[in-house]
Design a protein around this ligand. Structure first.
Ligand code: NAD
Length: 328
């Protein structure tokens, strides 16, 4: 870092989708590790959102839960008007569901984001409020397995391949358009695959833990060689806070911890932690259009904002995560 970036301070953050996996971890971090006085969580409580995740915080005067939809414009106008920054992470997030029916993804991920941006434009004509959109590395599409040196940078083209990723990319572009056209005070992050506590058990890690515990097969797509770039959720959260507090308006940052693992290796590691046999692995028909490999270059966030993932190892964080699922 050459010049220390300006720090932004917040009195009232509006989080969308705070009852989901990342939102729950994010709000717990904000309450426990920051002194931001007011945090409002707007969540529609879809199948993926669980109010119980944060119910213990509902008596905390710093936390307010609002049950509502990001497509409800009057509600969104009111909430944005009283916040000084918005962290938008509400989404339909499961690729397999988007392959079966993309319309809820279009409704929430594209139209919901547009509703928030319109409300921002109406209630914040001077563009004072920071608007952080939680995009994903899946907007870049995928990389070949045989060129490990390739990684996506923030200027890589957006070439999404699943309906989920296409709707996230559409929203990502709308956010960029609002910055360029209306000078909206926007920020975008594109993070790799998260793991940690509170993930809905349709995603690979909690699903495989649940199945293994019941000695049920672990359905592994294709040959299991597809590679994901894993990051522990707490590292994503410290990166989001760094971006929200220090990034210049309009910037885009990749977030990742340089931890590429083939699905088969991840699966075997989960079985090892649980002391279960590899014979529980069941190879199933591949996901249509299954992305081969994700990998993000995170030089920009490290150099510009001084962010680094914490020192722990993937295996240690995975063991903690698996043990967390054993306790619920
Ligand atoms: N999980 C990952 O590995 C990962 C990686 C990169 C980016 N992301 C992005 O981070 C964000 C959060 O991901 P997650 O894994 O926590 O998702 P999640 O599915 O666990 O949670 C999504 C939350 O959004 C809420 N929601 C859905 N539609 C809504 C609507 N119309 N109005 C209000 N609330 C609504 C749900 O109730 C739920 O609480 C998403 O935008 C996702 O695209 C996730």
């Amino acid at each position: 870092m050459t010049n220390p970036p300006t720090q932004h301070h917040f009195n009232h953050l509006l989080i969308t989708g705070g009852c989901g996996f990342i939102g729950t971890n994010f709000i717990r971090h904000l309450i426990n590790h920051t002194d931001i006085p007011h945090i409002t969580n707007l969540d529609a409580l879809t199948y993926a959102g669980n109010r119980q995740n944060l119910v213990d915080l509902e008596s905390n005067p710093r936390y307010t839960f609002v049950h509502g939809n990001i497509n409800d414009r009057p509600l969104v106008n009111k909430l944005i008007a009283s916040a000084d920054a918005i962290v938008h992470m509400a989404a339909e997030s499961h690729v397999d569901r988007s392959i079966i029916d993309a319309s809820p993804f279009t409704q929430t991920n594209i139209l919901g984001t547009q509703t928030l941006l319109d409300a921002l434009r109406e209630t914040d004509p001077k563009n004072n409020k920071r608007f952080l959109y939680i995009s994903t590395d899946e907007v870049y599409g995928h990389l070949p397995l045989n060129q490990p040196e390739l990684k996506f940078s923030e200027s890589s083209p957006l070439l999404p391949r699943s309906p989920y990723a296409a709707t996230k990319a559409a929203a990502d572009l709308l956010v960029q358009a609002h910055h360029h056209t209306y000078k909206a005070n926007t920020l975008i992050t594109r993070c790799s695959n998260n793991f940690g506590p509170y993930q809905y058990p349709e995603k690979i890690i909690p699903l495989f833990v649940h199945n293994a515990l019941q000695n049920k097969p672990l359905p592994l797509y294709g040959d299991g060689l597809n590679i994901r770039d894993w990051i522990y959720v707490d590292n994503h959260i410290t990166a989001l806070l760094a971006v929200l507090q220090y990034a210049p308006s309009g910037e885009i940052y990749n977030i990742g911890s340089n931890c590429e693992i083939a699905n088969i290796d991840l699966t075997q590691q989960i079985l090892y932690i649980l002391n279960k046999p590899n014979t529980l692995i069941e190879y199933v028909e591949d996901r249509p259009g299954h992305d081969l490999r994700y990998a993000v270059d995170v030089t920009k966030i490290k150099q510009q904002l001084g962010w680094h993932p914490h020192e722990s190892t993937f295996n240690k964080d995975l063991e903690f995560t698996v043990n967390w699922y054993l306790k619920i």
